[in-house]
Design a protein around this ligand. Structure first.
Ligand code: ADP
Ligand code: ZN
Length: 709
């Protein structure tokens, strides 16, 4: 247990560096265990908040926390994220020059950084710092990679076993989002931390709404879906390269900008699509399953499966890329029999064909479920959910059962008359009395069952046949051209009056949309419209800053933080700091611009639109002899905002004694920095250049002097 001072320090660091007031489930216990030098195994779903479990203790520990991470791209984002929070951290990998590497090792030796990210392959190059004098903690991210039982085994992870020998008294924390029991045991065994305290959180991702629709007219369904979600990031998974390209083309012709991503593109093209997506430059990517590994982007708002995934593991991993920030995310899967058949064909002949087919079968059962889908999903991973989830399409639109015995009898007798040799399409054609060439050439129009189901649409017949298959009254013979065949249960229905309950097909238009906005009575001020407008402005500002700093937008602020800023509309530093996700550092660097945006937004709503007015107000007070502090208090604006007014006023030729606020030597220094840095647009490069010792407002003022000259 930690003493009260240490605990207070933790909470203070949580707010100062990460901007959070409280821990999420298990986080606090884990952080305390690490600080008490205990080894830990942490299983937490994607987006659960694993990073804080080692990043927060790292701040309290004397030396460096070594973070083992499999992907270089991920490392960079994590380090950028830490730096954006004011935490000194670096990464070490083979892509860096020798000089860079030496510099990083020096940072460790002189305890200048708190966290060092490294790929397992690069550990050998770090021998002389793998020593308890320098290393205070080891975190193994994506720890399932060490186990060949896991779904993403990486041989390079296996050399991690030696680490505990080298650092026997250092706490190790292994983290992963997915590991069944066998994998868990394997992880701790291989890392030699068998006594590790295990923290296992629920697998459930409650914020992801689950939905499955029949794959009819997918494109127009997708277009409609996306148009209801403007400006949101999403991924559409397709089975083939060709699909990704065709789909992105079709979306583009429908006015939706989307990129394709697949393994057939060259490395540069792939990197560009991925980076543009992470940076919010591209909102929608049509991709094969190769896309997403190593993407930490927290604001993916929806994931569509254009085709059926091969198995539930893959499906869960892919939909898990949505909603990492804990906000609502939507997972839409299109269920198609053609896909099942194609996947079945892919599997055939594989060495583990049986396993693959069984897994596909479970996937199919999930898609066709008439009970809560989340229950099935979690059940697959061995987690039992007591209540229905309320956030899947089945929970939202519970199916209505009716006595479908006669329908079932018609289907089964058609299968029988066709001598169990025809696939679903032909069975339905015969039931509906279709006069197509195939039917006629085979003479099926002479069968007794021909045309006995004209009154039911093709789609509805499909819906009923699928249910009969699910209930075991008939089956698909995959090895016989997917012919529908009878089963041992069929006789009960055909000859023994067994009753069959079927569900009514739901038309897509009847489906309640998951996040349909509640109807608000229109008032004169239209508060809804105004609010969303502010969000768009904040989003645009975030995007601009991200471009300037060359970091992904979600690292500036997550969607969750942006939403809270929109709701709370903070206008002072202290209120801005109250927002979850705003720490000290982000307040200093971004507070000013966001507060200015909010205040300009609010001013525009009271018809006092121009920025110039607010500058002039500051100017009048300045002319009246008030100090910057006094103006700030009087105008209820932050000091930084007032200083930015001063800079603007000075730049526009107003009589400001600029050298009261910034010295000529400081101006000279900034001038030099401007040359060295090649005149960056953002202020941050300057701030870094001056080792964070020259205040932002001084940089801004100095720049206005330089620009005026
Ligand atoms: P994981 O690595 O488990 O997928 P992350 O560590 O990336 O998850 O965290 C997911 C999101 O949750 C991030 O946006 C993170 O900032 C946020 N988060 C983590 N811990 C907290 C907390 N205690 N309060 C609020 N947000 C949190
Ligand atoms: Zn449900």
């Amino acid at each position: 247990m930690l003493n009260t001072t240490a605990k207070a320090q933790l909470f203070s660091n949580l707010k100062t560096y990460f901007g959070y007031d409280s821990f999420r489930k298990n986080q606090e216990l884990i952080v305390e265990a690490v600080l008490s030098k205990k080894d830990c195994l942490v299983i937490m779903p994607t987006g659960g908040g694993k990073s804080i479990c080692f990043q927060l203790p790292a701040l309290s520990l004397p030396g460096v926390t070594l973070v083992i991470s499999p992907l270089i791209a991920l490392m960079k984002d994590q380090v950028d994220g830490l730096n954006a929070n004011g935490i000194p951290a670096s990464y070490f990998n083979s892509s860096q020059t020798g000089e860079m590497q030496t510099h990083i090792i020096e940072q460790v030796l002189s305890a200048k950084i708190k966290l060092l990210y490294v790929a397992p392959e690069s550990l050998a190059a770090l021998q002389n710092i793998l020593n308890e004098t320098y290393i205070s903690c080891v975190a193994i991210d994506e720890a399932h990679c060490i186990s060949s039982w896991g779904h993403d085994f990486r041989p390079s992870y296996q050399q991690l076993g030696f680490l505990k020998k080298t650092l026997p008294n250092t706490p190790f924390i292994a983290l992963t989002a997915t590991a069944d029991k066998a994998t868990r045991e394997d992880i701790v065994k291989q890392l030699r931390i068998t006594h590790a305290k295990q923290f296992i959180s629920s697998f459930d991702r409650k914020n992801i709404a689950l939905e499955v629709r029949p794959a009819n007219d997918r494109i127009s369904q997708i277009v409609k879906f996306i148009k209801q979600k403007p400006n949101q990031s999403g991924i559409i998974y397709c089975l083939s390269r060709k699909n990704t390209e065709q789909l992105s083309k079709k979306l583009n012709t429908n006015g939706i900008s989307a990129e394709a991503y697949h393994a057939g593109l060259n490395f540069d093209a792939r990197s560009k699509v991925q980076e543009d997506f992470v940076f919010d430059k591209t909102q929608i990517v049509c991709a094969t399953v190769a896309f997403g590994m190593g993407i930490d982007k927290s604001n993916v708002r929806w994931v569509i499966h254009y085709n059926m995934p091969k198995n539930i593991e893959g499906y869960y991993q892919e939909i898990g890329r949505g909603g990492r920030d804990g906000l609502k995310s939507h997972a839409l899967l299109f269920h198609s029999y053609a896909d099942v058949i194609q996947l079945r064909n892919f599997a055939s002949g594989a060495s583990n064909e049986e396993v693959q087919v069984a897994k596909l079968e479970r996937m199919k059962q999930f898609s066709e479920s008439v009970t809560c889908r989340r229950k099935i999903l979690l059940g697959y991973f061995g987690e039992l959910l007591a209540d229905n989830c309320g956030n899947c399409d089945v929970c939202k639109n519970p199916p209505q059962f009716f006595d479908g015995t006669i329908i079932a009898q018609k289907i089964l007798s058609a299968i029988y008359r066709l001598e169990q040799t025809e696939s679903m399409g032909m069975v339905i054609d015969v039931l509906r009395g279709s006069q197509n060439a195939n039917v006629l050439s085979k003479g099926y129009h002479q069968l007794r069952t021909f045309g006995i189901g004209k009154d039911i649409s093709w789609k509805d017949w499909q819906h009923f046949v699928v249910q009969l298959i699910n209930q075991g009254f008939c089956e698909i013979a995959f090895h016989k051209h997917n012919a529908l065949q009878l089963t041992a249960f069929s006789n009960n229905v055909l000859f023994k009056q067994a009753k069959v309950a079927l569900t009514k097909p739901i038309a897509v238009k009847d489906i309640k949309v998951a996040d349909k906005k509640p109807k608000v009575k229109r008032t004169k001020s239209k508060p809804k419209a105004i609010a969303s407008n502010l969000f768009e402005r904040l989003r645009a500002l975030r995007y601009k800053i991200a471009l300037e700093e060359n970091i992904p937008a979600y690292l500036v602020f997550s969607d969750a933080t942006l939403k809270e800023i929109e709701r709370e509309r903070p206008l002072s530093d202290s209120d801005f700091l109250k927002i979850s996700g705003v720490g000290q550092r982000k307040l200093e660097v971004y507070g000013d611009e966001f507060i200015a945006e909010i205040s300009s937004f609010m001013n525009s709503k009271v018809k006092k639109p121009k920025k110039v007015d607010t500058w002039m107000e500051t100017y009048n007070l300045y002319r009246a002899g008030l100090s910057i502090e006094e103006i700030s208090i009087k105008r209820k604006l932050t000091l930084t905002t007032i200083y930015s007014h001063i800079a603007k006023l000075y730049g526009s030729g107003k009589a400001i004694n600029i050298f009261d606020f910034v010295s000529p030597s400081e101006v000279e220094a900034v001038k030099k920095a401007k040359q060295v840095l090649d005149a960056p647009k953002a202020l941050k490069p300057y701030f870094t250049y001056f080792n964070e010792e020259l205040d932002y407002f001084k940089i801004r003022l100095a720049l206005s002097v330089i620009e005026k000259k």
